[in-house]
Design a protein around this ligand. Structure first.
Ligand code: WTA
Length: 662
């Protein structure tokens, strides 16, 4: 015990010392073997970004009809890329590798929660995809139809996505952590014709009856004609005659051959709902040619990928954009061997990630800072028990990484020899936008460094929109890029309003605040809108508020993201109760339950503050800024615009009382 404590103190001191180091150049050993080590690439791309992206697209993808056009910018912000080209995303991910003789290469080393192993080769993945694509056609799914996918991290999730892509159906994946009620909303908005789900999902030794919940919440959804059920756990589940079918049965009945149909470059590939400023999620629409260009290029360059030898592990969930771009489309398009991992980081034990690295020989690990902070809490002695020497590159995604966590990742996991790529991007951008290139960029802990070649980013002044060469402002993307969202599904106006109304139709407003330092490096600070980032999961405060007020005892609620040492931000809810209702622990649980039911467990408030009243402006707008100040114990900002400044004093008393209860 005391030995470990001693080591930890030594490590602590070492990391503290390292905080003084400003820049980490690429390790010589890494740079010597890196495919991209010449900084000239940045100038080359900047000289003509459209030509650069077009060249990458032709070099890294096999088009059925190569495009003759790069960017069509005749109607901003409705940009088109490579529009006269034709390509099929599933053929890029599967057929071309099998045709090149790499069918026996492992696409996924799948690792199940209970220690199961399935190594799925490219040939096997292709065969399953062809069968399921035919099965979907047999079920009446056509090109342009929307297919919902609500599956855990099992290989079938990739098969389902690729099968849709193969026949031109548009997939709409919902993260398995969302509740069935959220799935309903997303299926309803997108008018999904079919849904692919599971009998049950496992989590840390327990099984949740997913199909049963789906029936409860989606049973009466008229547009949903078919539900396909993957028998993942074998638990009994209700099946509705005529509507529901088992995945294994429809696949068996289907034809084996399903040639990939070449799609127009701008044919929609998928919709992925994400959170914005309002309670209604935004259906981010990505299309085929540009998206495949973006993810294939960035996956190869950012991770310095060597498809023949690397074992790449992105520890995200396929239900988020990171999973779409960097577990499914990017890695498969590049013919990489990936780890697909089902479980939770502490099941069956807290060393399971490191055991998985050791056991698969993973060379690249791409994870979220929240996971890293959890591992820091558990202690460096856990990863120390495993052989992590196969790792050569580490990645970070989803939220800002604090310098101390960066250094811990670098030293403890990377053994000081692996460069770290801190990648900034969004569901909307489709692919990584700001990132180091590991063989070129000198990294600074906590900074995503500089834009990827061919990407034009600026930090601009909030009022004028003029670029700030050094200092803080709004992050903007100043020129179109191939993998950008094309619109919000069926909401063109909202698309323009959300991203292109502040500084014109040619400048994409990211929604993040950022700082630029004297070297031109970008430091992303966080969201400027009412979006909260909990463990890298994007949530809107309005979404959580509307779930809370659905509770019968609640009169009003205001939700803020509060800084949290583990999850980056945590949900803190200020709740006023209906007259006559007394606050209680049971009520807290009831409110959390309501949020779990309507959104998902991950959205439950960590903290609930009972409030007699909420601070509002004279026009009735809740001043979240003041709530953030008070929740984090900061001095209150300007309160003069409040309708009733007395509210804050009362809230301060209530917060103090909350402390007493602890
Ligand atoms: C945040 C996830 C700092 C940011 C890929 C962005 C980051 C939002 C980083 C998008 C990073 C993502 N450093 N912040 N490296 N990566 N973010 O759509 O606020 O789930 O706008 O996409 O996450 O979240 P989304």
């Amino acid at each position: 015990m005391s030995d470990t404590a001693g080591d930890n103190t030594a490590l602590e001191q070492e990391l503290d010392r390292m905080l003084e180091i400003e820049k980490f150049p690429p390790p010589a050993e890494f740079r010597d073997r890196a495919t991209w080590s010449d900084p000239a690439i940045y100038e080359e791309a900047a000289a003509d970004p459209v030509a650069w992206w077009t060249a990458r697209s032709k070099e890294l993808l096999d088009w059925d009809t190569p495009p003759t056009e790069g960017l069509d910018d005749s109607d901003p912000p409705f940009y088109k890329w490579f529009s006269d080209g034709r390509i099929n995303a599933s053929a890029q991910c599967l057929d071309r590798h099998v045709a090149a003789g790499n069918g026996e290469r492992v696409a996924y080393h799948w690792r199940g929660e209970e220690g199961e192993r399935r190594d799925v080769t490219y040939a096997e993945l292709l065969a399953s995809t062809e069968r399921f694509a035919n099965a979907l056609k047999d079920l009446g799914v056509d090109k342009g139809d929307v297919v919902g996918i609500y599956l855990p991290m099992i290989p079938e999730v990739a098969v389902a996505m690729l099968a849709c892509a193969r026949i031109g159906a548009i997939h709409n994946v919902v993260f398995g952590g969302f509740s069935a009620e959220s799935v309903r909303e997303r299926m309803e908005f997108s008018e999904a014709k079919a849904l692919v789900t599971v009998d049950g999902a496992r989590r840390k030794g327990r099984t949740a009856p997913i199909k049963e919940q789906v029936d409860e919440h989606l049973g009466d959804l008229g547009s949903l004609e078919k539900i396909v059920v993957v028998r993942a756990t074998g638990i009994d589940c209700p099946m509705s005659e005529g509507r529901d079918v088992f995945y294994d049965e429809v696949c068996e009945a289907a034809e084996a051959d399903c040639p990939a149909q070449p799609m127009e470059a701008e044919h929609p590939l998928f919709i992925l709902y994400t959170s914005g400023s309002t309670a209604k999620p935004k259906g981010i629409l990505h299309t085929t040619g540009g998206y495949m260009t973006g993810v294939t290029t960035t996956h190869r360059y950012v991770f310095d990928l060597k498809p023949e030898t690397d074992v790449y592990w992105c520890a995200a969930d396929v239900g988020w954009i990171t999973g779409h771009s960097y577990i499914v489309y990017g890695p498969l398009s590049n013919g990489a061997t990936s780890v697909m991992w089902e479980g939770a980081p502490d099941y069956p034990h807290k060393g399971i990630w490191w055991e998985t690295v050791q056991d698969t020989g993973a060379t690249i690990l791409y994870a979220a800072p929240t996971a890293i902070r959890t591992f820091i809490k558990w202690g460096a002695d856990i990863p120390a028990k495993y052989d992590l020497s196969s790792l050569r590159l580490l990645g970070s995604v989803g939220e800002p990484i604090n310098p101390k966590a960066w250094l811990w990742y670098h030293q403890v996991i990377g053994g000081g020899r692996c460069p770290i790529v801190d990648t900034w991007w969004q569901t909307e951008t489709g692919a990584i936008m700001i990132t180091p290139l590991a063989g070129i960029t000198e990294t600074k802990p906590g900074s995503a460094t500089t834009p990827f070649p061919g990407v034009s980013a600026e930090v601009v002044d909030e009022r004028e929109g003029t670029p700030v060469s050094e200092g803080q402002g709004l992050l903007m993307l100043e020129a179109p890029w191939p993998s950008m969202l094309r619109t919000l599904y069926k909401e063109d106006e909202r698309f323009v309003e959300t991203y292109f109304s502040r500084f014109g139709k040619e400048r994409y407003l990211v929604g993040d605040a950022a700082r630029r330092d004297a070297d031109g490096y970008f430091w992303v600070i966080g969201r400027i809108d009412d979006v909260v980032n909990v463990s890298g999961h994007r949530l809107s405060t309005a979404e959580v508020e509307s779930a809370i007020v659905a509770h019968e005892a609640v009169a009003e609620a205001a939700v803020i993201g509060q800084s949290d040492p583990d999850t980056g931000q945590a949900i803190c809810a200020f709740v006023t109760l209906r007259g006559g209702t007394e606050p209680s622990d049971d009520l807290q649980e009831g409110i959390r339950g309501e949020v779990a039911e309507r959104i998902g467990k991950f959205a439950r408030p960590k903290r609930i503050v009972w409030a007699d009243d909420l601070p509002k402006t004279r026009s009735g707008k809740i001043m979240r800024r003041l709530l953030r100040d008070i929740a984090e114990g900061r001095a209150l900002g300007d309160v003069t615009t409040l309708r009733d400044p007395g509210v804050m004093a009362e809230l301060e008393r209530q917060i103090a009382a909350e402390g007493d209860e602890d």
